[in-house]
Ligand binder design. Sequence first.
Ligand SMILES: Nc1ncnc2c1ncn2[C@@H]1O[C@H](COP(=O)(O)OP(=O)(O)OP(=O)(O)O)[C@@H](O)[C@H]1O
Length: 603
Amino acid sequence: MSVLIPDSVENIRRPNVFRRLLGNPMAVGSMVLIAAVIVLGLLAPVLSPHSPNFSSLDAVNAPVGTPGYLLGGDSSGRDIFARLLASVNTAMLSAITGVAVALLIGIPFGLISGYAKPRTDSVFSWVFNLLMTFPALVLLIVAFPITGGSYVVMMAIFGFLFSPSIFRLVRNLVVAVKRELYIDAARVSGLSTARILRRHILPAVRGPIVITASFLAGVAIAVQAGLAFLGLGTNDVPSFGSMTADAFANLYVYPIQFLWPTIMLAILSGGFVLIGNGLRDALEDSSLAPTKALRPSNPEARHATARAPHGPAQTSEGPSPLLRIRNLRVSYPTTGGQMKQVVNGISLDLNAGGVLGLIGESGSGKTQTAFAVLGLLTQEARVEADEFTLDGHDLLSGDAGDLKRLRTSLLAYVPQEPMSNLAPSFTVGAQLVEGIRATKGGTKREARQLALDLLRRVGIVDPARTYRSYPHEISGGMAQRVLIAGAIAAGPRLLIADEPTTALDVTVQAEILDLLRNLQTDLSMSVLLVTHNFGVVADLCDEVAVMRSGEIVEAGSYRNLYRHAEHVYTKQLIGAILDEDTYRTDPVATSAYPDHSEGSVGR
Ligand SMILES: Nc1ncnc2c1ncn2[C@@H]1O[C@H](COP(=O)(O)OP(=O)(O)OP(=O)(O)O)[C@@H](O)[C@H]1O
C-alpha cells in the first residue's frame, strides 16, 4: 500500500526546534531563571542552615543579612531564606501534580473523542463540558476537608477539574488533523488506530498542548499559593502563599518580608508562560510549508500528455476481473434528512494488468468511486452495489478487519497532493520504512535498504539524501515519486492514482506519467487512474470510463473512444487535449450542457 508512515519516535523530533527555542531571549531568560530557582530549591538542605519550620525568638523579624539568616527572619522567628527554598519545591510539586493529572485525563480522552465516531465524541464531550461548568476554585475550597490538608491531593483535584480544557483543545485539534490526507494514507496502509493516534496525530497536536501545559503549570503554582494564602493547607509545608499571608500582617512594618515570596512566585508562574510561548513559536516555525515543484523544463516532454496509447488494449470483458463493480451507489445524508446520491449506479470491470482511466469534470464522482474501492469514504457515506468485488472478495460485507487486510495487501494509492500526503514531521526515509514494515514486516535495516532501492527505482537521483530529507526539503515531483515508491513497496495488484499529476508542473507531470507507465508494465499491476484530463488518459490508459454527474456516460477502449466518441461530453474532453500542434482560439463549447456550463474539463 501507499503507506508513508514514520519510523520511530526519535525520528519525529525536528532537529532545529531546540535551536529555535534558544534564539528566543524571553524563553531562554525564563528557562535560566526557573532552572536556577529549581536548583536552589533542590539544594535547600545544603544552602540553608535552618530547617524551614525551625523558629528562634532571636530571629523574630530579623533584618536581611543577620548572621545565619540571609534574608532575615519572619514574625515567628523562622528563616525566610530556608522557607523560600522549601516553597520552591512545594510550588514545583504542585505544578507537576496539577499538570500531570490534567494531561493524563485530557490527552487520551481528547484523542479518542476527536478520532472516534460521532456518538462516542458526543458522550465524551458532554461529560467534559459538564465538568467544565463546575466552578473549580470553589470546589477546591469545598473539597479541602477531604484532602486532609495535603496540597498534593488538592493539586490532583485541580488537575482533574482543569482536564476539560486539555480535553477540548486536543479533541478540536484531532478533528482538524484527522482530515489530513496523510492520515488517510496511514489508514489505508492498515495501521491501527492506536498507532495512528500515537505516531501521527499526537505529534501533530503537541505544540498547542505544550503551550497550554505551560500556562497550566503557571496557574497551578498561583492557585496553590492562593489557597495557602487563604489558610487552606497544612502549616507544616511552607509555600509562597503561607509566606505572603504571614508577611501581609507585617506589610507596613516589614514590607521586605512580602517581597521575597512574591518575586519568586512571579518568576515561576510567569516564567512557565514565557517558556510555553517560546516553545510554541519554535514548533510553529519548524512546521514547514510544502514547497512548489520547480524543475528545469524539458521541451520534449510536452508530447507526453497527448500521445497515442501504448501497448495492447486490455479488454474489460474478462471472466473474473480484479475489480468488478455493478450498480455502485454512494450517497450522503443531507441536513433535510434525505440521502443525496453522488455516485448513481456505475458499473465497471478492471482486469489484472489493465489500465482504466476514470475521467470526468470536477464533482462527477470519480474520487468517490476510487475512495469506495479504497475504503476511505467518511463514516456517514452509504455505499451500496449489486456487486463490488476485489479479487473475488466482496467489499461490502464481511469482517471490517479482513477487508482492511485485503485492501492493504492488494491495493495501493497515489494521491493528488503529494505534499499533503507526507507527514511534515517525519523524514521521507522514516515514513517509507514504517510503511514498508507495516505491510511487509522485516527488520528496520531491511526496510531501509528496500526504501533506498525503491527511491532509486522511481528515478530519484540521490536516494540517500532524499531518504534523510523532510518533506519540505524536496520538490513536489520528488514527493510524488516518494509516494509512488511507498505505493509499490508491497507489490500491489491494483494501483489507484487520483489525479497524480494535477498538483505538478507540466514537465514533471510528463515524468511522473512515464514513471507510472514503466512501473505498470514492469510490475504487471492494474491501474485505476482518476483524472479530469483526457491527455493523461491518452498517455496511460487502455480503457476509459467517462463520468458525469455520478454516472458513466460512455466507456470503452481508449482508441475506440478517441476516434468514435458518441457522447458530446466525451467529445468535449477529447477536444480539450492540447499538444504542440494545437492552438486553441475558441473556448470549449458548453452549450450542450447549459446546466453545467461552468464545469471544468481541463481544470
Ligand atoms: N462528505 C460528503 N458529503 C456530501 N457530499 C460529498 C461528500 N464528499 C463528496 N461529496 C460530493 O460528491 C460529489 C462527487 O465528488 P468527487 O470528489 O468524487 O468528485 P470528483 O469527480 O473526484 O471531482 P474532483 O476532481 O474535484 O475531486 C461532489 O458533488 C461532492 O460535493
